[in-house]
Structures are given as C-alpha cells and as structure tokens.
Design a protein around this ligand. Structure first.
Ligand SMILES: *[C@@H]1O[C@H](CO)[C@@H](O)[C@H](O)[C@H]1NC(C)=O
Ligand SMILES: *[C@@H]1O[C@H](CO)[C@@H](O)[C@H](O)[C@H]1NC(C)=O
Ligand SMILES: *[C@@H]1O[C@H](CO)[C@@H](O)[C@H](O)[C@H]1NC(C)=O
Ligand SMILES: *[C@@H]1O[C@H](CO)[C@@H](O)[C@H](O)[C@H]1NC(C)=O
Ligand SMILES: *[C@@H]1O[C@H](CO)[C@@H](O)[C@H](O)[C@H]1NC(C)=O
Ligand SMILES: *[C@@H]1O[C@H](CO)[C@@H](O)[C@H](O)[C@H]1NC(C)=O
Ligand SMILES: CC(=O)N[C@H]1CO[C@H](CO)[C@@H](O)[C@@H]1O
Length: 865
C-alpha cells in the first residue's frame, strides 16, 4: 500500500525521484518504499509507482486516509481541549469527553468523568479541538456524499479527494502516501534551508555541537545538489574517470572496425524478432501489465532478503561446467572481469550478477548475515520490458546517446559546444572520428562522417541491449523469486566459486575487505550462472566493455547536471517509463530532498530533525499501543479460525507474540543522539561537489554492507529512514517496522480519537502484521527461519483460502490507457491482498477498546465512529 514518490529503486528510472535516491539506487539493499510490505518477499517497502497495486490498495485505504495537507502535526504536543458541542462548551469539557486508554503520560483528551456507556450514546460528545476540526474537514472534503456507498463505495470514499487532486505533471503516481511524503519533506526542507533551528541557543553542550555539525553536513549535501549551474558546468567530466577505469580494465568499448556488431545475445530464429528499430512512435504508452511487473520487481529488489529464502538441500550442482565453457570464454581474462565487477559493484552499479548480504533464513540462525548471489537488473524495470519492441527501440536510442557521449576521450568540460576542443582529442585515441559540435575534422584531419558515427553507435547500443536482454531472459521470473523455497539454494563457497569460472570469486570478495570470508553462498536462481557463461562466451569484449560503460552511465547520470546529454537521455527514458509528458521539467528541490532523505545517504540526519519536530511527546507510546492491541486481537482470533488446527494456531500465536515491533526511528545509528549520528557519518566527507558526494556515499554504503558479512545482524538497524511514509515486515527478522513518517496525519495523530488511529494507522499496522502470515511470510517461523511450522493440513487449507482470495482479486479490473479493462493478477498481488485483509484485526482491536473507552465524535460528520 502505498505509494511514495521514491520508490522504484530497482528500476531507478521508473520514478522521477528514484534517481534522486542515488545512495542506494542500483543496489539490492534499497530502502523500502512503500508497499507496506511485501508480504512476501519484501520486507519493506512499499510502494512504488504502482499502477494497479496502488489502485487496489487505494481502494482499501485511501478512502480512510484521504486527506491533505493539514497542519495537524504542528499542534500535536499541545494538550487538546475537548469541549462538547453544547454552547456551554468549556464547562462541559470534562463531563463530555471520553477518556482514551492511552498509555502515555499525556492524555490527548481530557479524562472522562463519566463511566463509559452511561448515556453518552444518546448524546455523543463532539471533539472540537483544532485537530478534530481539521480532521473532520479533511474527511468531509475527501468524500463524495452524493454517491450511495452501497452502490459505489470507492467513489463515495474517494470522490471528493479525486476531484480536488490532479496528477502533478512531474509525477507518475500521486496519492495520500505521496501527499504525506511531500508534507514530511516540507518539514525537512525548513531545516535544510536553515529555518526552525532549535539549536540556536548558546548552550554549548557536546550534543549541541554535534547537532550543528550534523546540520552543516546535511545542508552542504543539499546545497551541492541544488547548485545546478555548477553541476551543469561540470558536464560529463566527473563521470569520465569511472568510464576510463572500465576502459582500462576491459578494453575500449568502441571498435568501429569490428566485423560484426549484431551477434550478441540473439537467440532469435526469426531475424525480425530481433529487430525493433522504428517500433517506437511518440504515441506509444507503456502497457499497464508491464508497469505491474516493474512494480513487483522493484519491491522484490527492495526487499531482496525476503524474496530469497527457503530451505532447500544443497544437493544439486549449479551447472555442468564442462559444457558451458566455450573457447572464447576461456580466453577472456577472468581477472579483468573480476576487477570490472568489483569496481562496478563497489560503486553500487549493478552488472552481470549481484551479491547481497542478508540474514540466512534457510540456515539455523536467520540473524547471521550470509552472502547471496542473484541475477542482475538492467536499465529497464523488468524482463518483460525487453520483449516489448517499442520500448527496446526507445531504450536503444537512450543507450546510444549515453555511449556516444561517454565515447569521448577528452574531458567533458571542454567538449560542450566548444569548437576549440576537438583539437584536444587525444592523439592516441582509438576514436576514429570527431562527432561534436559542428566540427568537421578530427585530430587526424579526416573528414568526420557524422552519419557513420551515429550508425556505429546505434549498432553498438543494439548489441548492448541484446546482451542485457539475454541476461534478463536468463533470470527467473518474479513470480518464482517471490517463492522463498524456490529462491533459497545454498552452496558451499568453494563449489560455487568453481562454478563461477568466468570470475575469480575469492579475489572479488577480497576487494571488499571483509573480515569474515564466506563459507557458503545462497543463489536465488542457479541456472542463471550457466546462462551467464553462455552469454559471455558469445559476446565480444568491446560489447562487454560497452555494457559496463552503459551501466555506469545510466546509474550515475543521476549525479550529472540536468543539461548534460547523458542525464537528458536517462530522463527521457524515465519519462517514458513513468508516463510523464516528454520534456516535463524535473522538480529539482524534490529531487534533492529525496537525495538527502536516502537511507544509504544522509537520511538519518534529516530523520533526527524530523523526529524531534514531528514525533515527540507520547506519539511513540500511542502508536505502540495500537500495534500491540492489534497483535492481541490477532492472537485472540486464531483459536476460532475454522481451517486451522490447534497446533498451528498455537504456533501462530507464538509467532505473533515474539514479533518485534519497531516504531518511530532506529537505534542504530541512534537517531536520538546527535553525537551518535556525527560518529556514524564521520567517514563520509560531504562537500560542494555533488557527484563526488554521491560516489563517496555509495562506496561507503557498500563498504558498510560488506562489513556485516558473517556477523549477527544489528537489531537496532532499520531499512527505512524515520521520515519515510512507509512500513515493512521483515520475515527473517520477525519484525514489523513503522517509521515516524507514516505516523502522521491522515494516518495517525496522538491527538486524535482512538477510532481514527485504529482505522487509519491501525490498518497499516495490521497489514504489516498479516504479512507475517501471508503466502510468503507464513513460511518463516517465529525465529525468522524458513521452516514448516504449521501442520500439513493447515498449510493445505491456507493455500486453498489464499487461492480463493487470488481468484477474487483477479476479477477486479482497472481501466487501461486504451479504455479496456486490465485485470489484476491475483497471484502476483496475493501477499498484499492477504495483508490488506488484516484490517479486520484493527477493527477487532478497536471494538475491544471501545467497550471500555468511548471517544468523542468529529464535528459535522453524520457517521458513527
Ligand atoms: C556434463 O557434461 C558432460 C559433457 O557434455 C556430460 O558427459 C556429463 O554427463 C554432464 N554431467 C552432468 C552431471 O550433467
Ligand atoms: C481486549 O483487551 C484486553 C485488555 O487490553 C486484552 O487483554 C484482550 O486480549 C483484548 N481482546 C481482544 C480480542 O483484542
Ligand atoms: C540514544 O541516544 C539517546 C540520547 O543520547 C540515549 O538516551 C539513548 O539511551 C540512546 N539509545 C541507545 C540504544 O543507545
Ligand atoms: C507434510 O508434508 C511434507 C511434504 O509435503 C512431508 O514430507 C511430511 O511427511 C508431511 N508430514 C506429515 C506429518 O504428514
Ligand atoms: C469473478 O467474476 C465472475 C463473473 O462476474 C463471478 O461469476 C465469479 O464468482 C467471480 N469470482 C470470484 C472468486 O469472485
Ligand atoms: C494462479 O496460481 C494458481 C495456483 O498456482 C494457478 O492454478 C493459476 O493458473 C494462476 N493464475 C494465474 C492468472 O496466473
Ligand atoms: C564444481 C565443484 O567443485 N563441485 C563440487 C561441489 O561439492 C561436491 C561435494 O562437496 C563435489 O563433489 C563437487 O565436485
């Protein structure tokens, strides 16, 4: 559920702000945006531009949450005054108001003087605090009361909101989650711009000093990002050292004399199958079905850890190496490929295959961080995109533009439209022709054939895309990756190391300076290794080099100025993938805020400020009570679930009981302590060079990840920053996590009547809890291990019930761009749909509470609680 604007990290180009999250873009360990979970698989995260999923969820939640920018939070700490609706208001306050059962010291509503149920039903009290009035107005304006809810509940619940909100031009998705995220960003923006400093005092404690140093770092990072003139002026130059490194390792990526530029990865019998040139036309729109896949993949990648577990004996060998080794592959310098992979991966650039360090759910202790190997991702969001000719055509043009730009041997700073530059071309350059800025002659004095150049680059780009498509085709389908037993395939390290004969795995791992050398590796999809061998064996070196260069170009374009050709090319792709109007300007402020919000970047610095301002007082205790009440309601229900036997129900109660609940902000790094944060960020230099900041941030994040190899997981760590509007369940960790960012109106306020919090935030909490028992989560026991912990008959009954829900959802449709209905694939959304059913526990929890506590009603609403 959820939709935040920063999602889609795996598909870094999918969302406009995605690439604004450079610190983790292109890495497996992404923040989890939104989908409150993945149930299955993903731990965290949430949403992404989800077209269909989002609509589904929206139908479920948004109606409840509909709301917009109110300022409720600002007043949060004030003890609310509750009055009756009677003209004598103030006096009535105590007698009219119903106490909450808050555990906090501060009661949001004046305590009750009357006993519950003593006649209040007939004369319900009305809450007239500022918070309640704003909330009521928000709800009213979100409804469309002219619609009969029995006839069309969706329009009834959302009609008003939809009428007053249109999709912003620079967004591919917009909803309540995005709206709250925007609000949260405004809070941080104030801090970034130096407003609201609460450290202005003269108190020079160590904590204050650290706070100032942290703010300085945060603001410097933001200012560097906002300095578009400077970034544009640098052009492509900052990227070239990375490209040159690849060239040094793998050789030149452009060999104009190479005889065949159209051989790579083509498995097509029918040659037309392998040609997509001209397939794209400006009226083309990405089909909804593809977007769904994009979404799922993004979620899966974000929650990589959860996608990949299952107990499977390591009996089978990865592949039969003897048949996959072609002479070409043998010839290839494994050392060079190893270096290229280590270089790319250490800078968070995905290529060829990926490694992750995750809890070993299939082992004895899910908290031990083990090495995982998974299939790589490409420049398009999922493998299905590589079968869509118009997209391939468009993508090839983007890759060609990137390659053309990066093919330049001279520093970019001189090249842009500056005629003098061509004379600086390196004499040794293998580059045969100049191609820039109206110059007719290259260094060699040869006549430049621009047409030829364009053609050659295009052919190269096509080879790169074919290569990438072959890799994507070799990867498992997302449906399979969602199945933890499918994707957990452990091998002894030495075994796998031998299977990966195209690289030197021990040498690769050594480059990350890890202290604990792995003894085993878990592979998500073993046949992929065999395929990579084959694909590599038929790929010429220069295409491999061009592929790595393309990966760097796409990945790091986010740190280049909006006017640089590489960035413009990736922006075009982003527009296509997100359905934005071509040429839509990017909101730089939003981009830079998303950048500083990144969990692998400076996110926790802003997070502390956010928590200090928007999640103080008894908010944490109140939110925790909602969650624990829902867990209680869940446990209470289990014994009477008809298809569950006693044994399984008891085990499920045990799992619910041991669930770790995390609310608000992490303790590692300790977000409550400026000193702790200063120490945490000490290894990261942030100056006015935006590109260098981004590079350093990524390298540090990778280093930190590798450092955890073989260790126990630090339970204080989170996958999300506190200001994020999202939540997650992490199966191997047995925890549900709710950042302060989602504990904001219209989801939650410590100053609201309980029923609102149980209905709005409660549905989020119940959704995450239910993920622990959905089609994937249910495969993990109370210690986060992939185990059979229910009886066979209960598992069978559960599967039948889950399929029933899948069939129900498969019946739902949304309208596609062509006006035709698009069906949900209930199998793909099953985990989320099961999670959404958790709302019934939120309702039970509130019913239970309301038997002892009554809350005042909201003004102007004719509805019951
Ligand atoms: C591996 O390939 C060789 C040669 O093709 C074959 O003789 C052998 O039986 C294969 N081994 C397995 C385990 O498939
Ligand atoms: C109702 O609340 C009581 C007191 O908090 C708790 O002990 C009980 O488990 C709850 N029952 C349900 C069904 O939630
Ligand atoms: C985090 O820092 C706060 C403030 O210094 C301190 O009170 C708290 O004990 C710390 N928490 C942890 C887990 O270290
Ligand atoms: C449960 O099913 C598994 C595999 O489906 C089987 O190996 C096991 O023996 C079954 N257990 C019982 C008690 O029937
Ligand atoms: C799906 O829709 C069809 C036709 O409207 C209906 O007959 C069927 O019962 C529905 N299935 C489910 C599981 O809701
Ligand atoms: C969903 O999964 C079930 C069970 O695996 C299968 O029978 C069905 O065909 C699938 N439906 C779709 C639309 O993929
Ligand atoms: C390729 C390889 O090294 N395979 C080995 C994997 O491990 C088994 C048993 O440990 C060996 O028998 C294989 O030869």
């Amino acid at each position: 559920m959820s939709a935040s604007s920063d999602q889609a990290e795996t598909a870094p180009l999918l969302d406009p702000t995605t690439d604004a999250v450079p610190a983790h873009a292109d890495s497996h360990r992404r923040s989890f945006l939104f989908r409150p979970s993945r149930g299955l698989t993903m731990l965290e995260k949430i949403l992404t531009a989800l077209a269909i999923l989002f609509l589904l969820l929206a139908a479920t939640f948004i109606g409840l949450f509909a709301g917009t920018n109110h300022q409720l939070g600002k007043e949060r700490h004030r003890a609310p005054v509750t009055v009756t609706a009677s003209p004598t208001g103030q006096h009535g306050a105590t007698s009219t108001v119903i106490a909450t059962t808050t555990v906090g010291k501060q009661r949001p509503f004046p305590g009750p003087t009357g006993k519950p149920g003593d006649g209040h039903h007939d004369h319900p009290e009305i809450c007239l605090t500022k918070e309640c009035v704003l909330l009521a107005s928000n709800i009213l304006s979100s409804l469309d009361e002219s619609v009969d809810p029995c006839h069309d509940f969706y329009s009834f619940a959302n009609g008003g909101w939809l009428k007053s909100h249109s999709l912003p031009a620079d967004r591919g998705v917009y909803g309540t989650f995005t709206e709250v995220q925007d609000e949260n960003r405004k809070v941080i923006l104030g801090i970034l711009e130096g407003k609201n400093d609460h450290s202005a005092g003269s108190d020079d404690s160590e904590e204050e000093r650290a706070e100032r140093a942290n703010l300085k770092k945060l603001r410097t990072g933001y200012a560097a990002c906002m300095d578009v003139d400077r970034i544009n002026a640098q052009g492509t130059e900052p990227l070239l050292p990375l490209i040159n490194e690849i060239k040094d390792i793998l050789g030149p990526f452009y060999l104009p004399t190479h005889p065949s530029l159209a051989t790579v990865g083509s498995t097509a019998q029918d040659p037309t199958e392998d040609d997509w040139e001209g397939a794209y036309t400006p009226t083309y729109k990405v089909p909804e079905e593809l977007r769904v896949h994009a979404e799922l993949v993004a979620d899966a990648r974000k929650s990589f850890k959860h996608v990949t577990r299952a107990v499977r004996p390591a009996e089978q060998h990865v592949e039969n190496r003897s048949e996959v080794q072609s002479t070409e592959a043998k010839k290839r310098d494994t050392e060079a490929l190893t270096r290229a992979l280590a270089f790319a991966h250490s800078r968070s650039v995905e290529a060829l295959l990926g490694f992750a360090i995750e809890g070993d759910a299939g082992g004895e202790d899910a908290q031990v961080q083990e090495l995982f190997m998974y299939q790589t991702s490409g420049g398009l969001p999922s493998k299905e995109y590589y079968e869509e000719k118009p997209i391939l055509d468009f993508y090839t043009a983007v890759v060609a533009d990137v390659l053309a730009e990066l093919a330049q041997p001279t520093p970019a700073k001189k090249h842009v439209g500056d005629d003098a530059n061509d004379d600086d071309l390196d004499a040794e350059s293998w580059w045969p022709v100049g191609h820039k800025g109206g110059k007719d002659k290259g260094k060699s004095g040869k006549k430049i054939d621009r047409k030829k150049f364009v053609k050659q680059v295009k052919a190269l780009a096509k080879d790169v895309v074919r290569f990438e498509r072959a890799l994507m085709r070799a990867g498992a389908d997302i449906e399979d990756l969602f199945n933890p037993t499918f994707a957990y395939n452990p091998y002894p390290f030495n075994n796998l190391s031998k299977e990966l004969s195209f690289m030197d795995l021990p040498a690769y791992i050594s480059t990350f300076n890890t202290r604990n050398f792995p003894t085993k590796i878990v592979v998500t999809h073993p046949p992929y290794i065999h395929s990579v061998h084959k694909i590599l064996s038929r790929t010429p070196d220069h295409v491999l080099s061009a592929y790595f260069v393309t990966r760097f170009g796409l990945s790091y374009s986010t740190f280049l100025g909006p006017q640089t050709p590489v960035r413009r090319a990736t922006r075009r792709l982003q527009e296509l993938l997100q359905g934005l109007k071509p040429g839509t300007p990017e909101d730089r402020q939003l981009f830079c805020q998303a950048y500083v919000d990144s969990p692998r970047g400076l996110g926790y610095l802003g997070g502390k400020e956010f928590v200090d301002r928007k999640f103080a007082g008894n908010s944490k205790e109140k939110a925790e009570k909602v969650i624990y009440d829902i867990i209680d309601a869940f446990k209470a229900r289990l014994p009477s679930v008809p298809w569950m036997d006693k044994e399984s129900a008891k085990a499920a109660q045990g799992k619910a009981e041991t669930m770790l609940v995390k609310v608000g902000y992490p303790t590692s790094p300790n977000v409550s302590s400026a000193i702790a944060l200063e120490r945490y960020f000490a290894p990261l230099t942030i100056d006015r060079d935006f590109f260098a900041n981004g590079l350093r941030t990524r390298v540090l994040a990778e280093t930190r990840t590798w450092y955890t190899l073989g260790k126990q997981r630090d339970r204080g760590e989170w996958e999300m920053v506190p200001q994020l509007v999202n939540a997650y369940y992490s199966p191997p960790d047995g925890e549900i996590v709710f950042p302060a960012g989602i504990l904001q109106p219209p989801f939650f306020s410590a100053a609201w009547p309980d029923y609102l919090n149980y209905g709005a935030f409660g549905s989020v909490a119940a959704h995450e809890l239910s993920h622990a028992f959905d089609n994937t989560g249910a495969q993990y026991d109370e210690r986060g291990r992939l185990r059979d912990w229910w009886t066979n008959s209960t598992v069978k009954a559960f599967k039948e019930k889950a399929q029933c829900l899948a069939r129900q959802y498969s019946n739902y449709t949304i309208e596609g761009p062509d006006g035709k209905p698009v069906h949900i694939n209930g199998n793909l959304t099953n985990g989320e749909d099961l999670g959404d059913s958790g709302i019934t526990f939120a309702f039970s929890a509130w019913k239970n509470l309301s038997s002892s506590v009554q809350n005042a009603k909201l003004p102007g609403l004719k509805y019951t609680e």
